[in-house]
Design a protein around this ligand. Structure first.
Ligand SMILES: Cc1cc2nc3c(=O)[nH]c(=O)nc-3n(C[C@H](O)[C@H](O)[C@H](O)COP(=O)(O)OP(=O)(O)OC[C@H]3O[C@@H](n4cnc5c(N)ncnc54)[C@H](O)[C@@H]3O)c2cc1C
Length: 378
């Protein structure tokens, strides 16, 4: 779809080969486990944190390279792709963008060497879509030392992460972000939940957690805007994860449709099945175009994607993703409806993409706000 440099082609081909040779045999068996061994293999080949700077063990490449990489890996092993996505485009990305030199040196090499995870901690029991309604807050004592109090919920992989990027209010009422460590005595995980797609999400409390100055990522009047902009990377990553989950389901359905015979012929010979495949292909290609374009434009500008293009990509891919995976499951008939079958897992995964990293409804709110602000589409 795009012209690639020699380096980009090499990275994509190496990732694709590695995924096909080493991640496929147990791709749907990870359950609640994080596929650490796959992450280690990626790290050994210098393929973890492609978009993070080389001085911290990253690849020094651009975001579009991660997007291509996620697509290749997710097509084969969605769980490995999800870990790759969180390592490349979510909390570590915020540390790279806003962190002090000390924070970058401390946290990023652990991520790029597959030694640790960093969670993103935004949601609270009473503040989901309404992020500004959060109660987590930083207090400053007479010596200027910062202490964090509050609670977070639905935080993916907090049970095993080393650190978390926490969204919080500062004493002046503005929203900013800080880094915490999960082994801090003030951090107390109260419950780990297993979501519909076997991911573990935690509820935890922060009680007077000391925040050294070097662990403050952003604060001040512009901080909220800066963070929301940075979140557009996550939206694009989520778009790609949703679209590549669809692609994984499509690949499997296409293969099955050509093998499964009914009425004396492969079911792929029936127009009813062909139209399903055609619709799926149309939607996957449209999702790719929206996502690639949002990320490539941002790479060219050297800043995060804009809200309109990232929310359009996220909304399109998540909404259609659920439908595409459902249609793929339909092609499998009863086979696809069995627990443990890749299609039923992909369906559960696709459902979550319509909620995590911003619900479909909040994406629509963001799109509408941007259209009205701009007076229409370009
Ligand atoms: C798989 C998964 C992984 C997640 N991982 C993390 C994580 O790592 N870290 C983290 O902090 N959070 C995480 N979350 C939480 C996620 O960010 C929230 O679920 C999301 O922001 C929505 O908040 P909520 O669930 O409280 O829903 P609510 O905000 O309570 O919304 C409930 C319903 O009302 C709708 N709604 C709300 N406001 C409006 C409005 N203004 N207009 C129209 N409709 C509206 C919503 O779209 C939704 O349908 C994850 C969630 C999922 C599903």
């Amino acid at each position: 779809m795009f012209e690639l440099t020699e380096e980009q082609r090499m990275v994509i081909e190496t990732t694709e080969r590695l995924a096909a040779e080493q991640f496929s045999s147990n791709a749907f068996e990870w359950g609640t486990e994080i596929p650490w061994e796959n992450l280690e293999r990626l790290a050994e080949q210098g393929l973890l944190g492609l978009n993070l700077p080389e001085e911290y063990g990253g690849g020094g490449m651009s975001e579009i390279d991660v997007i291509f990489q996620l697509e290749k890996v997710c097509r084969i092993c969605p769980d490995t792709a999800f870990a790759l996505y969180t390592l490349s485009m979510v909390a570590p990305r915020a540390i790279e963008m806003f962190g002090s030199e000390e924070a970058k040196e401390k946290y990023l090499p652990r991520v790029t060497s597959a030694e640790g995870l960093i969670a993103i901690c935004i949601s609270e029991p009473e503040a989901g879509s309404d992020v500004k309604g959060m109660s987590t807050h930083v207090e400053e004592d007479a010596d200027g030392e910062l202490y964090l109090n509050g609670e977070k919920i639905w935080v993916t992989d907090a049970h095993t992460a080393d650190a978390g990027v926490v969204w919080t209010k500062f004493p002046d009422g503005t929203l900013g972000t800080v880094i915490i460590e999960f082994d801090d005595p003030g951090v107390e995980i109260s419950e780990n939940y297993t979501n519909m797609a076997d991911g573990i999400q935690s509820h935890f409390f922060m009680n007077d957690v000391h925040i050294p100055e070097e662990n403050v990522l952003v604060r001040g009047p512009e901080a909220f805007k800066q963070q929301l902009n940075a979140l557009n990377w996550e939206r694009c990553g989520n778009a790609m994860m949703a679209n590549a989950t669809s692609l994984c389901a499509f690949d499997k359905a296409l293969e099955y449709a050509q093998q499964r015979e009914q009425f004396g012929q492969p079911i792929s010979e029936f127009q009813g099945i062909q139209w399903k495949l055609a619709d799926m292909a149309k939607q996957i290609q449209a999702g790719r175009t929206l996502t690639y374009q949002a990320v490539r434009d941002a790479d060219r500008r050297g800043e995060p994607p804009d809200r309109l293009s990232s929310s359009l990509a996220a909304l399109y891919c998540s909404e259609h993703g659920e439908r595409i995976v459902s249609e793929a499951l339909q092609i499998f008939g009863a086979n696809g409806y069995q627990q443990g079958h890749p299609l039923e897992y992909l369906y559960r995964l696709a459902r979550g993409r319509r909620i995590g990293a911003g619900t479909d409804e909040t994406q629509k709110n963001g799109i509408a706000r941007e259209i009205l602000r701009r007076g229409g589409l370009e």
